[in-house]
Write a protein that binds this ligand. Structure first.
Ligand code: 3AT
Ligand code: MN
Ligand code: MN
Length: 514
């Protein structure tokens, strides 16, 4: 904590310990989180440690090998070191079964990113228990994806500006960023952020338990997605961390309750800050609404605490902000009932009602002939979906355009070249089959659908749609092998695959009886 004796930009609201009742509520919350399968098994947790041990040893071996090949002495090559840091949900301690381990391999400056992809990658492939190695050297954050002992890893690399990487290296000091390429700064910033978050909360275990609850709630309500304009894992974590600072001695159940009360009244666009914004040694922009009009436009700013501070929620639009504040208000109502004893924690985690809520939906279909091309294309379309939302927000009489957070994979079987060509334009020979026939070469994969509300009658969304299609086609579109189709669908005509088994019937009979 700082000189003032507390963590955060204001003193706590209350330093009181939690009541007996709040402790009981926390016990039942943790029971519910276990029932909801948010924790991995002990076996899986041990397996993760073995995996990380192997990666750490491999990074050292890689650094030594490259050092020797570049003419360093045996002693200097041994001393060159190399160290791994984790970030993401695993580092925060809120990962579930099957979560990946986000890892950055920190290496000395004479070991280059090119060495990483040409030397480390083959060494990784040859390592015991390693399956599925995929290099993505040209990504915004270049990385290698791998599976070791059936645990997925995202492996980033960061050559720092020093000639050796000692075992006790810390990334805390802003000076480690000096003279680094921007993409290397990005690679270490995930770790710098998670480590800082853990330093900025008064009780790490309480933070973890409360965050696990908020993550599950946000996932179930379909508002856990940075790319679609909601909040991603990092932003939810920062919100929970702020509440922990305000109630340093509260138990997790009490933090969850305060989370909903405080966030349902938050005076946006006041930013959520975990500490005062710092200046630092780089030529990079730090979030500053006084200086930058684009920062002033952020509707729900949640600011990363470590240098260079950035807004983690710049994708939030008028529509997603409405959805977020509605859900937070509903969450507050539910939690108040839990506290009053008239509802259970399970109700907080009930499934969203996105596909029951609206009369009008827009279905976005990204098509390609083969599944590899399709998943890349669907990713591009998804990453642009928030622009469709923003265009729709300009349409007269349109109150809300709510994007859904994930796609549905479908396969369309075509009997002839003519059928395939028609399918790419959205004229399917028959209803698309469920996933599972990807390796049939006669298939055109149809896919990822993302409805959004088009509001009541008399809406002209055609301009928004045309503009959106133009925008995504400008990326990397091949007319012969790909397609993009947007369709208006009535709520009553939504395809069965957007519902769980029995969900549609249950809602329909609910409506009739109420
Ligand atoms: P899981 O338990 O793994 O689902 P997570 O919070 O660890 O949850 P990710 O592994 O997807 O989520 O992401 C971990 C961090 O990596 C979060 C973010 O700082 C960074 N990150 C994720 N996706 C991207 C991306 N496309 N570009 C840049 N950074 C990303
Ligand atoms: Mn992860
Ligand atoms: Mn990841």
């Amino acid at each position: 904590s700082n000189e003032t004796g507390f963590l955060g930009v204001t003193p706590p609201i209350s330093v009181a310990s939690s009541t007996e009742r709040e402790r009981e509520n926390t016990v039942s919350l943790m029971e519910e989180l276990r029932r909801q399968n948010t924790f991995e098994t002990e076996e899986e947790s041990r397996r993760r440690e073995i995996v990380l041990g192997r990666v750490a040893a491999l990074v050292k071996r890689f650094v030594k090998e490259v050092s020797l090949s570049k003419g360093l002495s045996e002693a200097a090559s041994n001393a060159a070191g190399g160290k791994i840091f984790t970030f993401g949900s695993y580092r925060l301690g809120v990962h579930g079964p099957g979560s990946d381990i986000d890892t950055v391999c920190v290496v000395p400056k004479h070991v280059t990113r090119e060495d990483y992809f040409t030397v480390f990658e083959p060494m990784l492939r040859a390592t015991d228990g390693v399956t599925e190695v995929t290099s993505i050297p040209t990504a915004f954050v270049p990385m290698i994806g791998a599976k070791i002992l059936n645990i997925s890893l995202d492996l980033l690399v960061a050559p720092l500006g020093m000639s050796s990487i000692p075992d006790d290296l810390s990334l805390k000091d802003n000076n480690v960023l000096k003279n680094l390429e921007e993409s290397v700064v990005r690679s270490v910033n995930g770790t710098r952020l998670t480590d800082e978050l853990l330093r900025l909360v008064p009780n790490v275990q309480v933070f973890r338990d409360a965050l696990r609850c908020i993550k599950l709630w946000a996932q179930r309500k379909a508002i856990y997605s940075n790319v679609n304009g909601y909040l991603g894992g990092v932003a939810w974590a920062m919100l929970v961390a702020r509440i922990c600072q305000l109630y340093p001695n509260a138990v997790a159940g009490a933090i969850v309750q305060r989370f909903f009360t405080i966030m349902s009244k938050w005076p946006w666009p006041d930013p959520v800050l975990l500490k005062q914004i710092e200046d630092g040694p780089l030529q990079v922009r730090v979030w500053n609404p006084k200086l930058y009009p684009s920062d002033r436009a952020h509707r729900m700013p949640i600011i990363t605490p470590n240098y260079p501070s950035m807004c983690s929620t710049h994708n939030v639009s008028a529509s997603t902000m409405t959805v977020l504040t509605d859900e937070i208000q509903k969450g507050a109502d539910t939690v108040n009932k839990v506290v009053a004893g008239t509802a259970t924690w399970a109700e907080l985690f009930s499934k969203h009602d996105f596909f029951h809520k609206y009369r009008n939906y827009i279905q976005v279909i990204a098509l390609a002939r083969d599944s590899q091309q399709q998943s890349k294309w669907a990713g591009t379309v998804e990453s642009r979906l928030r622009h469709l939302i923003m265009k729709l927000e300009y349409v007269d009489n349109l109150k809300l355009a709510q994007p859904f957070v994930k796609g549905f994979s479908r396969v369309v079987r075509c009997a002839s070249e003519d059928e395939a060509r028609a399918a790419l334009r959205g004229n399917f020979p028959s209803a698309p089959d469920a996933e599972g026939a990807e390796d049939d070469p006669a298939n055109a994969d149809a896919p990822h659908k993302k409805p959004g509300d088009v509001g009541p009658r008399r809406l002209d969304v055609s301009f928004s749609i045309t503009e959106f299609v133009k925008m995504v086609k400008a990326e990397s579109f091949d007319d012969a092998t790909m397609g993009i189709v947007l369709k208006h669908i009535r709520g009553t005509a939504l395809p069965d695959y957007v519902f769980d088994l029995g969900e549609r019937e249950a809602k329909a009979s609910n409506k009739r009886s109420s």
